[in-house]
Design a protein around this ligand. Sequence first.
Ligand SMILES: CC(=O)SCCNC(=O)CCNC(=O)[C@H](O)C(C)(C)COP(=O)(O)OP(=O)(O)OC[C@H]1O[C@@H](n2cnc3c(N)ncnc32)[C@H](O)[C@@H]1OP(=O)(O)O
Ligand SMILES: CC(C)C(=O)C(=O)O
Ligand SMILES: [Mg+2]
Length: 552
Amino acid sequence: MLNYRKYKKVPVLNYPEREWPDKEIEQAPVWCSVDLRDGNQSLIEPMNVEEKMEMFQLLLKLGFKEIEIGFPAASQIEYDFLRELVDGDMIPDDVTVQVLTQCREHLIDKTFEAIQGIKNVIVHIYNSTSTLQRDVVFHMNREEIKQIAVDGTKMVKDRAKDFPGRIQLEYSPESFTGTEMDFAIDICNAVQDVWEPSGDNKLIFNLPATVEMNTPNVYADQIEWMHKHFKNRENIILSVHPHNDRGTGVAATELALLAGADRVEGTLFGNGERTGNVDILNIAYNMFSQGINPKLEIENINEIIEIYERCCKMSVDMRHPYAGKLVFTAFSGSHQDAINKGVRALRERSDGIWEVPYLPIDPADVGRKYEPVVRINSQSGKGGIAFVMDTMYGYQMPKAMHKEFADVIQRLSEVQGGEVDPQQIMDKFDEEYLSKKEPYEFIKVKVEDLNEKDSHIVLDYRYNGKDMHIEADGNGPIDAVKRAINSHMDLDVCIRNYSEHAMGSGSHARAAAYIQMRDNRTEKETFGVGVSSNITRASIRSFFSALNRLMR
Ligand SMILES: CC(=O)SCCNC(=O)CCNC(=O)[C@H](O)C(C)(C)COP(=O)(O)OP(=O)(O)OC[C@H]1O[C@@H](n2cnc3c(N)ncnc32)[C@H](O)[C@@H]1OP(=O)(O)O
Ligand SMILES: CC(C)C(=O)C(=O)O
Ligand SMILES: [Mg+2]
């Protein structure tokens, strides 16, 4: 048995005044990508300068206006990358790069050396503030820990005086989620006293869930409490930096936005330390799916995945929200049936609003238009198979026929095991309905209209390879063919249902016809399908298709 007694509950904030549960997300926050810093520092093989450059270009393309590009005082690669950005004039005027450093003088000096020449920069300092880290890492009391933050702020302020560009300060009480709220506000206020932010140069307080320690509502309480207790809130940008240790980073961030956060730091696909930083794309697509402009250019998920996987040498899971290979795919029968009906209803409604069961967004909106939303295996049903035949091959089978053909595919999937791909489904359709020529094979027909409703036909066909020729009258061409065959071959078949539709348009347009036929002697029933550029030929082919299936 797991030794759960080894762990204790993390104390929660007593905060009954909370207002966030009644709020709704109404707009996108300021996004800050930390892919090139937090994301990078956690990779097995951190990015080289070229990879960082490619990732930086991607982040620009996605519309990030704040990008933490690294920890330039930490290593030569980090330093060189920043210098390449600056010397190559690669930072657009509307983009602010951010650099991280500990509150240590030689690191701050090195950071300032690295940022020379940048027009707009966020210098991000941090120190750990939690009870645990104060005790076991720093062996310091609250005042000593606060002094690290105050000294770091002073050092940045001092160097900022002579800096030609614009410097914004970001301060993170690292391990915030394990910090007592009164201490967190005390240390932030002390930093604010030194920095003296204004409405024109706001101070970013970044409150990280360095380690996610509790349910998302607890983080939201902490964020709202800070939001309400900051002095000069108007001069503060409240940023959050959630990690995902409990797997609820996205939820925690969304609740933090309700609780007053203005800004979110995170990464693409949630890369980052341990279980990762919060996945910015996930939150942005969540907003998009609620009709909120996420203020990121994220319509091509495939390109984002491709660059991310190459630069980070990580892979996006098949079930990853919005991005995974399988997230817009239904295998199971009832889901497929609902999607099939939902897509049809959507087409008929055409009011521009997406509402399809099991598909929270239109896959085409994120560049996933070539992937099948329905895939067939032994869990699938008739609705899914009808959907594949309609959307991929243009056959709108009559509803009564769905079960008959689904049974054929179900047998196939059981025999072969695993997935039946769309081409196999089409091949089976062809084999079962379109290309059956035994024992009856339709050759040609000549139709003459006798009056408004009666037709005379001259029919050529083969029976077991033998040429046959017959003439008959009937109530339309199909009825005439039925009468001809019944009398010629001593049969008693009747037509129960008939339908047809056009396939394609213009000079390549064809007609598909479906006949439901009954053998009155055996009481067997089946469907037949015929396709031709000529509607009469299509219907007579469907007659012969059904006849062959009845006679087998
Ligand atoms: C939650 C986060 O993601 S924080 C960001 C973490 N990212 C990284 O650490 C990546 C880059 N870091 C590095 O390359 C290295 O840590 C460096 C170059 C910055 C510093 O390296 P070093 O000085 O060799 O080692 P290290 O980071 O272990 O420093 C530990 C010392 O710094 C102190 N320290 C740690 N963090 C801070 C801080 N934020 N402010 C001030 N002092 C700090 C520690 O108390 C310790 O002091 P001690 O030597 O008196 O015990
Ligand atoms: C540097 C800080 C913000 C950090 O990455 C964290 O606390 O997770
Ligand atoms: Mg982090």
